[in-house]
Design a protein around this ligand. Structure first.
Ligand SMILES: C[S@@+](CC[C@H](N)C(=O)[O-])C[C@H]1O[C@@H](n2cnc3c(N)ncnc32)[C@H](O)[C@@H]1O
Length: 440
């Protein structure tokens, strides 16, 4: 199968099955005999097309007399892929973008190959003349089309942030994130691991704030890397590592992680505890807990006990049992758009209302598991205040046995109230929120 055909199949799976882009890419490329160059090109095609989806559809609508919702899904994605190459990829010659797209149409949607050809040739002839919506007259539409974010999202962010900040954020959301790795000190030491990565021509940069965090360049197939197989490294963004660092688990403690899968933070906590103590790691989905078990095994973590449990239910048996509890809540994911661009189109404003109820209910139950004097950490990978500080404010209104306390250290990231909110456009990390609460 050729690169563009693989990219098309991945885009089709994302659209038709609601798959996440990162998982769909990994699944399609896993165990296939594809060169690193081709892997890179396929990934670029998928992410680039997804990131620019609204803009590309805006272009299609300018040239198509058939309404977008009347065009079949294969054809839409063939057109999107073709237009992405024409408009954004200098390295692909225009004739190749058109011819390859028409070939795909002949294979996946025979009847529309003429239509595909006509649209793409039209785009090619007129690409310099395509104008964005008027910035002065309709700033929301302009931002929505230019950066391919749903209009409700643009309006929502503009209600929180200035126009300039919103635009800056959207720009950052369309950039490729750095690849962060956590070095697993249960199995290796930091210097030895860096040395062995560098010996494989991988460029490594140490992080200024978290000693086990590094950013790397030059890895093509991470799961084929010796260090990965041996459990010396784990892929985890800085923001996610910061959560376990803020929780600051100590050897011998009893920790409960109520929303733990796939286990990035839970296995990090076990590492910080030097595999000494106990972590009860829960999630509502059994199949996701398998990932936690697999990760624990690979990383040599032995103190995690997994359990399927709905965080919205109270477990009477755990009341006041834990030294610390982590609620890494299910959220809109508006802070990780760089990794999952489909969030820009898939999420709806109403989803956020439901999520807030879930976040509050999970937080209230988890609060009961903390010993007096113990700590409750609330984190999300969103930058929406309604899922973050507003959840904490509402929680504290009802819970006078809790107070918000300043996170220790990490002063460069802390806000006045002692919480942390990371933004992709400011911190070049995922957009994480972290609040530290103490039971009094
Ligand atoms: C943000 S993710 C957790 C990420 C994880 N802490 C990590 O670092 O790898 C939220 C998790 O909450 C789980 N979840 C969703 N609803 C839940 C519920 N009602 N009770 C418990 N877990 C839930 C999801 O399956 C998802 O794995």
């Amino acid at each position: 199968m050729k690169d563009r055909e693989i990219a098309l199949k991945i885009l089709h799976t994302i659209d038709s099955k609601g798959a996440y882009s990162n998982l769909a890419i990994n699944k399609e490329l896993k165990d296939k005999n594809i060169s690193n160059l081709d892997r890179g090109f396929i990934t670029e095609l998928v992410y680039g097309t997804l990131e620019n989806n609204i803009y590309i559809d805006y272009v299609i609508e300018k040239f198509s007399t058939t309404k977008l919702n009347k065009i079949n899904l294969w054809t839409i994605n063939i057109l999107r892929l073709g237009i992405y190459q024409i408009m954004f990829l200098d390295k692909v010659p225009d004739f190749a973008a058109v011819n390859e797209s028409v070939n795909l149409a002949k294979k996946f949607s025979t009847k529309t190959s003429g239509f595909t050809n006509a649209i793409l040739r039209n785009v090619l002839r007129n690409k310099e003349k395509i104008e964005l919506p008027d910035k002065q007259k309709d700033f929301v539409k302009y931002l929505s089309v230019k950066y391919s974010h749903a209009e409700w999202m643009v309006k929502r962010f503009m209600s929180y942030f200035t126009k300039e900040f919103t635009e800056d954020l959207f720009k950052a959301n369309n950039e490729r994130p750095d690849l962060y790795l956590r070095i697993n000190t249960l199995k290796t030491n930091i210097e030895a691991c860096i040395k062995s990565l560098e010996e494989k021509n991988i460029e490594v940069k140490r992080n200024d704030y978290i000693e086990e965090a590094i950013t790397v360049k030059g890895i093509n197939q991470l799961d084929e890397l010796e260090e990965f197989k041996l459990g010396h490294i784990h892929v985890q963004d800085f923001g996610s590592m910061l959560v376990s660092r803020v929780l600051n688990p100590k050897e011998g403690e009893y920790i409960i992680d109520v929303c733990c899968a796939p286990g990035g933070k839970t296995t990090h906590m076990a590492q910080l505890m030097n595999n000494n103590g106990k972590i009860l790691a829960r999630d509502i989905y059994d199949h996701k807990l398998k990932l936690v078990k697999d990760n624990s095994k690979r990383l040599g973590v032995t103190i995690i006990e997994t359990e399927v449990f709905d965080g919205m239910k109270l477990d009477e048996g755990l009341i006041e049992k834990a030294d610390k509890v982590l609620v890494d809540a299910p959220c809109s994911g508006l802070g990780i758009i760089r990794r999952k661009p489909e969030i820009k189109y898939r999420k709806k404003a109403d989803d956020l209302k439901e999520l807030r109820k879930m976040q509050l209910s999970t937080l209230h139950n988890a609060a009961k598991y903390v010993k007096i004097g113990g700590e409750l950490i609330y984190s999300t990978c969103t930058i929406d205040p309604n899922e973050n500080e507003s959840v904490i404010e509402e929680f504290l209104k009802e819970k006078n046995d809790y107070k918000l306390v300043a996170i220790e250290g990490f002063d460069d990231f802390k806000r006045k109230d002692g919480t942390i909110q990371l933004y992709p456009n400011i911190h070049n990390t995922d957009g994480f929120y972290i609040a530290r609460l103490k039971r009094v």
